[in-house]
Ligand binder design. Structure first.
Ligand code: NAD
Ligand code: HSO
Ligand code: ZN
Length: 432
């Protein structure tokens, strides 16, 4: 982990941005080339890109019924009840997000309302490069189902044997996805956005992925809707002396293990505490399976930020706007009001991010890379759109003629004024 003071944090932001910009440029070049290939050559391009990036030649990307059946036999007996438990918690939480259409007719002669309609076709990206994420299947498909989306398709990278990870398939089936395609990376995003011979163009793409996936979503936005930029995982822990060093270390490592680009950050105001956490991290890393990935992510992106006090810690956390923020401090709920920017906020020593990743119920698809400053967790609302409803009776319209005419003529839009005036004239003719 890199050690910084609060002052160094604020001044380091400028130089690190330049490095990030360079990185994004090189990823953008590859991503734009991939998108162009898929747009021009459809399935043929998806085929050769899958061969290039996933090392497998596939004739057909669609997961078959036999493959679903095979997957059911491959998962351990304990997996299905664990999945069911998570499904039940995620469903209960997300049902509260369902928005209803409404009609207001409280003003006589006027009906106004908002009609809420589910999207018809959505595509969900499920990461599958360095690890497979059945939990992410639940987190994306369940809100889409609750919203009432008709067609839910999943794309996820094939494994070297040409199959999809069986846990992803079992989760897809349990959550109610319609089709799963074996396509990963930016080529999957392009196929969903523009359609190919095999894949129907969708209306919206949701789901997290690595930097290629995240940038591809950004580039296809406009052709389709996207949920957010959910890229490599981030965890930021604000820890006071009451936080057990081994818990803090374990939580930082839990997100570092996602990939080399994951970012663990710890903000403390006690040097001794930071040293204890660092020692714990080293001890625990050596015992973990994904030691190599963890070490890279910790060395490249990890930070200890040593600040003056809790309030400076919270200022910096707000500035980072992390995907996940853990407040491992005394009485954390009392400080909730200070936190403005975070995808998910975990309070206390017994609410580790891993709880939210799998089981608590709130969504784990969250804005990353500072975008939590202006975006929200994935939810049922991401799978619904709204139409406004307006009905005026004749008298109510006539009551507004002068005001509308004034506004329309101010904008020099006389055809707008005419569309209103014609109804007034119609009324005068009727009376004459
Ligand atoms: N924010 C969230 O909610 C959330 C949830 C789960 C996972 N994640 C993140 O998702 C990410 C998953 O990443 P992953 O890599 O394991 O899986 P992934 O499925 O996102 O990416 C794998 C694909 O990337 C493409 N790819 C790899 N190298 C490439 C290259 N050099 N050029 C072009 N394309 C290339 C390949 O097509 C491959 O199929 C991690 O960063 C993890 O932190 C985020
Ligand atoms: N921490 C990830 C979101 O950044 C979600 C996840 C899935 N599985 C484990 N973790
Ligand atoms: Zn995680």
């Amino acid at each position: 982990m890199k050690w910084l003071t609060g002052a160094q944090y604020w001044s380091s932001k400028i130089s690190s941005q330049a490095i990030e910009d360079q990185l994004e440029n090189s990823i953008d070049q590859s991503v734009l080339d991939i998108i162009r290939q898929v747009k021009e050559a459809g399935d043929r391009a998806v085929n050769s890109l899958t061969n290039q990036f996933d090392g497998i030649k596939l004739d057909d990307f669609t997961v078959t019924k036999d493959e679903f059946a095979e997957a059911r036999d491959q998962v351990s007996p304990a997996f299905v009840p664990a999945l069911e438990q998570a499904k039940s918690n995620i469903t209960r939480f997300h049902q509260r997000q369902l928005q209803q259409s409404w009609i207001d007719s409280s003003i006589p002669g006027i009906v106004l309302g908002q009609q809420v309609t589910p999207l018809e076709r959505v595509g969900i990206y499920i990461p599958g490069g360095k690890a497979a994420y059945p939990s992410t299947v639940l987190m994306n498909v369940i809100p889409a189902k609750i919203a009432g989306v008709e067609s839910i398709v999943i794309t996820t990278p094939p494994q070297p044997n040409g199959k999809v990870n069986p846990h992803i398939l079992v989760a897809a089936e349990k959550a109610g996805a319609d089709t799963v395609y074996k396509i990963g990376g930016a080529q999957a995003i392009a196929a969903l956005a523009y359609g190919t011979e095999t894949i129907n163009k969708v209306q919206k793409i949701t789901g997290p992925g690595n930097a290629y996936v995240a940038r591809a979503k950004k580039w296809v936005f406009g052709e389709v809707a996207i949920d957010m930029i959910a890229g490599p995982s981030e965890i930021c822990i604000v820890a006071d002396d009451t936080a057990p060093a081994d818990f803090v270390a374990a939580d930082l490592l839990s997100q570092a293990e996602h990939d080399e680009a994951a970012t663990p950050i710890c903000i403390v105001w006690n040097n001794k505490q930071a040293t204890a956490i660092q020692e714990e991290m080293e001890r625990q890393t050596a015992l973990l399976e994904r030691e190599e990935i963890i070490t890279k992510s910790v060395q490249q992106n990890g930070k200890f930020i040593l600040v003056e006090d809790l309030y400076e810690a919270m200022d910096i956390a707000n500035d980072i706007a992390p995907e996940h923020l853990q407040l491992m401090i005394e009485n954390p709920i009392e400080k909730l009001g200070y936190i403005k920017n975070a995808g998910a906020i975990f309070l206390g020593n017994y609410s580790p991010e891993a709880l939210g990743d799998y089981m608590a119920g709130p969504n784990h698809t969250l804005p990353t890379n500072g975008t939590a400053a202006f975006s929200s967790p994935l939810g049922v609302y991401d799978f619904m759109k709204k139409s406004s409803v307006i009905q005026y009776d004749k008298q109510s319209l006539l009551n507004t003629v002068d005001a509308i005419t004034e506004l329309a003529t101010t904008e020099k839009l006389t055809a707008h004024a005419q569309a209103i005036q014609i109804r007034k004239e119609d009324d005068s003719n009727a009376k004459a």
